[in-house]
Design a protein around this ligand. Structure first.
Ligand code: HDL
Ligand code: ZN
Length: 408
């Protein structure tokens, strides 16, 4: 008879994690790689929370230096109020695991971070979070990132790539001139020759950055098929190329961009989506593979049902407004109860390297409780559950199922 709690603790702690969606960058991307206390404090989740407690005129907010903005968030969220929100607690969890003094004295915390080089800090975070590798978000239409790919990219096997095509799907008229400047003979209409050029663009970037998948963040209204540029580009260009390279297309659905533009990156909202588009894609494009995560809590159940119907659909993560214990618990239970371990239960979505620590540790706390319950009822049937099987399950939901899915 295994010691259930000890075994679950062991493998939650020891199983290397494959973090399949982040906004992190390897060292060769320079200033795009964010780490340290000031970056942790100005994270857009915390900035939005600070703005609620102590709203300031938008011009004053964005005139602040990063250091000033970090001090504004620190004072507002951590000192003038109790840091009980998930993002605030997450920052403190990270400090604790790092061995940094969890003090109300910000200069003392800053002193701790000043003692690391970027390279040694990257190694430290991977070791402490037990993330074995992660997937970046690589957007060819971002000028800073584009220049790195042109001049300075150096591979670090811990940082894999994903080709992010929001702009191609959602802002084609605005980025068409860029494609033309890069030598792709595209036109306003997605006619057959423009389709070929868009496919050539996709093939060129797949060859250049070797992505694990293509992905886009999509609005709640995302619908295919429909008479739109988005639908035409997806169905006539993106999916054929994804099939050609056997790459999944990742859909991150439910973002209402800039419902409060004054907050910039912190200004996005959430909306309910319609699963019928995902059902249509999975059913009508059986040779394509799809990844899916919904932003709305209310869409989680339909995504699990859909995943149970289509083996070419892999659902993942507790994304953004779902990365809160109350929602992580509900959606993780739904997934395990309906599709077992054929799912990637979490991703960090980290924008700041240090966040890998708390985004995973806080999720593991939730998963420990759920797995203990599930294995207890399983063993009560008389099933002879082994330590190896628990190890296998945790490996699966921490990226093993994803690796199997992409290797098909
Ligand atoms: O589109 C996305 O990938 C989202 O994750 C956004 O980047 C969002 O701003 C975010 O950081 N969520 O955690
Ligand atoms: Zn993201």
């Amino acid at each position: 008879m295994i010691d259930l709690e000890k075994t679950i603790d062991k493998y939650l702690d020891e199983t290397p994690i494959y973090d399949i969606h982040t906004h992190l960058y390897n060292e060769s991307f320079g200033s795009l790689l964010l780490w340290g206390i000031d970056e942790l404090l100005v994270y857009h989740y915390l900035l939005a929370e600070a703005n609620r407690y102590n709203p300031m005129p938008v011009e004053k907010l964005w005139a602040m230096s990063k250091k000033e903005m970090a001090e504004y968030v620190w004072k507002t969220v951590f000192i003038d109020h109790t840091p009980i929100s998930e993002s605030a607690q997450g920052l403190l969890t990270t400090l604790k695991v790092l061995g940094c003094p969890v003090t109300k004295d910000l200069p003392k915390i800053r002193e701790f971070f000043s003692s690391f080089s970027t390279e040694e800090y990257i190694d430290k975070i991977f070791a402490l979070s037990n993330v074995k590798k992660l997937i970046m978000t690589n957007d060819p239409f971002d000028d800073v990132e584009f220049n790195v790919w042109e001049k300075g990219y150096k591979e670090d096997p811990r940082f894999e790539t994903a080709l992010r095509i929001d702009a191609l799907l959602l802002k084609y008229p605005q980025i068409m001139s860029k494609l033309q400047r890069w030598g792709y003979k595209v036109s306003p209409m997605i006619n057959p020759s423009a389709q070929e050029e868009i496919k050539r663009f996709l093939r060129d970037w797949i060859e250049k950055i070797n992505p694990v998948y293509l992905a886009a963040s999509l609005p709640p209204t995302f619908k295919v098929p429909e008479n739109s540029l988005t639908s035409d580009i997806l169905l006539k260009c993106v999916l054929p190329v994804c099939e050609e390279f056997n790459l999944p297309f990742g859909m991150m659905i439910g973002v209402k961009k800039l419902i409060n533009p004054d907050l910039k990156l912190a200004g996005d909202g959430v909306g309910r989506s319609d699963i019928s588009t995902v059902e249509y894609l999975c059913a009508n494009y059986p040779k394509n593979k799809f990844l899916l995560t919904y932003l709305s809590k209310e869409d989680q159940h339909s995504s699990v049902v859909c995943a149970r119907k289509f083996a070419n659909l892999h659902i993942f993560g507790c994304w953004w407004f779902c990365i809160n214990p109350v929602i992580m618990d509900e959606m993780t239970r739904m997934r395990i109860e309906m599709i077992g371990s054929s799912v990637t239960l979490h991703h960090s979505d980290a924008r700041v390297l240090d966040q890998l620590i708390y985004k995973w540790l806080h999720f593991k706390r939730i998963l420990k409780t759920i797995l203990t319950e599930k294995y207890t009822t399983l063993m009560e049937t008389g099933w002879d559950l082994t330590e190896e099987e628990i190890k296998r399950d945790i490996y699966s939901v921490f990226g093993g199922a994803f690796e199997e899915f992409i290797s098909r």
